[in-house]
Structure formats: C-alpha cells, structure tokens
Design a protein around this ligand. Structure first.
Ligand code: PEP
Length: 257
C-alpha cells in the first residue's frame, strides 16, 4: 500500500487554435478569478501564441501560470512562423507544451526533434510539459509500454536529473484526446506507474518520485476527481474543457485530496 505522495497537482489548459483575442482575455480573467487558493493545486493556461502577451497581462498578480503550445529548438534564425524559447519567456511564459500528439502525428514531430526542443526550452528557462502517449492501434497491439519507453528514452536523452526538475510529463493516450473516450482508472494508473518506473531507471528514484505526471485525454468535471486521485496521477492536461472557465475550474476542484 502506498502512502499519499506530497506532489502538488498541476492542471494545465491547452487552448490549441481556439479563442479570439477578446475570448482569450475573458477566459483568462475567469480562470484567474476562480483559481484555487490551495498551493498544492496549480493552474497553467496555454493560449495560442498570438494572445500570450495579452493573457500574461491578465494573469499578472494571479497564481495562474502561462505556457506556450510549441517552440523551435534554435535561439533565433530564418524559421518563418516559428517561435524561439526565449520569445516565450519574453512573452511571460513559464511553461511550454512539447510533443503533443497533434504535433507528433499532425506535424510529423519526431522523438529526436522533440529532444532538441526540450533541451532548448529548458536552457532558456522554461518548464516543459512533455507529452507522450500511444495510438489506439498501438494499445490494441499491446505496444503501449514499448511506445512510452521509446518516447521517454529518446525524448529525454541527455537530460540531467537536475534538468528533470523542470520537466512535467503528460501521459495522453492519443485515442482519448478530443474523443470523449477517457482511459479507465486502471489504464491510466498502469501507464503512469510504468512511466514513473521508467523515469526511475533513466534518472533515479528521487527524480521519479518528484516528477509530475499529468493525465490528458477527455478530462471533464465528472471524471476528474477519480483520475486526479490515482496514486501516480499528478494533474491533468486539458483540451476541450479548458475553453470554459467553469469546466476547467471544476476539474481543478477535483484535484482536492
Ligand atoms: C489535449 O489536447 O491535450 C487533450 C487532452 O484534449 P481533450 O481534453 O479535449 O481530450
């Protein structure tokens, strides 16, 4: 039987390519106003990059952190349409999401590319929310652990245990993202325990016990409390439900022990 861990919960909202300028500000105002006072429940929101500075202004003085949804691995250069990690810092970000399945599978981002991006983001001073997860076909072929193993080993290659203090992992089974199909508590806990075990092998037990592992994939207010209270689930990465403040805040409330 495990004792209750001391890890805080991090609930992050990935707004993807949604919101107008006005809607982004309105949503950020509502999230900041309703953020839990409990320091063990932390919130972050990740708006489209064009709204980052506006949302940063709204969040000033609040407990809610700001994140980007992607970044390049170079410091600057002729990379049309891209953002350097330091630009996210300048815009007021503390976090960046890397390796989201929509980037891996929609934009062909490889483990090697994500490793470069992770190193660059950490070097710039960002915290990285590093996403991993298997496709439905991979789960059905019983390859979930092999996929997670590869994504962690290659994606985090060369990082030091000290750098891992600034990495949050997000286990997001691809078949659960935006589909309304949520992983069962047993599936989520088994995957999270596997991920923590793999981190122990790569970086040692101290890092593994400290690292936050979020679950992502159709998290909603009605399933949040169950998922967020599993022993190895340390928060949630929320897509659709993060676009409505009342849903996002209700999910965060589910993190209360
Ligand atoms: C996501 O995009 O990371 C995600 C988990 O989306 P949703 O909550 O909509 O499934």
């Amino acid at each position: 039987m495990r004792t209750t861990n001391m890890r805080p919960k991090l609930i992050a909202g990935n707004w993807k390519m949604y919101t107008s300028a006005a809607a982004a500000e309105e949503l950020a105002v509502a999230v900041a106003a309703g953020a839990p006072a409990d320091p063990n429940i932390r919130l972050a929101i990740c708006p489209p990059s064009i709204w980052l500075t506006r949302v940063a202004a709204v969040l000033k003085g609040s407990t809610v952190s700001l994140g980007g949804q992607n970044c390049h691995f170079e410091k600057e250069g002729a990379y049309t349409g891209e953002l350097a990690p330091a630009m996210l810092i300048d815009a007021g970000c503390q976090y960046v999401i890397l390796g989201h399945s929509e980037r891996r599978h929609g934009f062909g981002e490889t483990d090697e590319l994500l490793n470069k991006k992770t190193k660059a983001a950490l070097a710039a001073g960002l915290h990285v929310i590093f996403c991993i997860g298997e496709l439905l076909a991979e789960r059905e072929a019983e390859r979930t652990e092999a996929v997670l193993d590869r994504q962690l080993t290659a994606g985090l290659a060369g990082l030091t245990p000290e750098q891992m203090a600034n990495v949050v992992l997000a286990y997001e089974p691809v078949w659960a993202i935006g589909t309304g199909k949520v992983a069962s508590p047993e599936q989520a806990q088994a995957a999270h325990a596997f991920v923590r075990g793999k981190i122990a092998m790569l970086f040692g037990e101290v890092v593994a016990q400290a690292v936050l592992i979020q679950y992502g994939g159709s998290v909603k207010p009605d399933n949040a409390a169950t998922l967020l209270n599993l022993p190895d689930v340390d928060g949630a990465l929320v897509g659709g439900a993060s676009l409505k403040a009342e849903l996002f805040l209700a999910i965060a409330a589910g993190a209360k022990r």
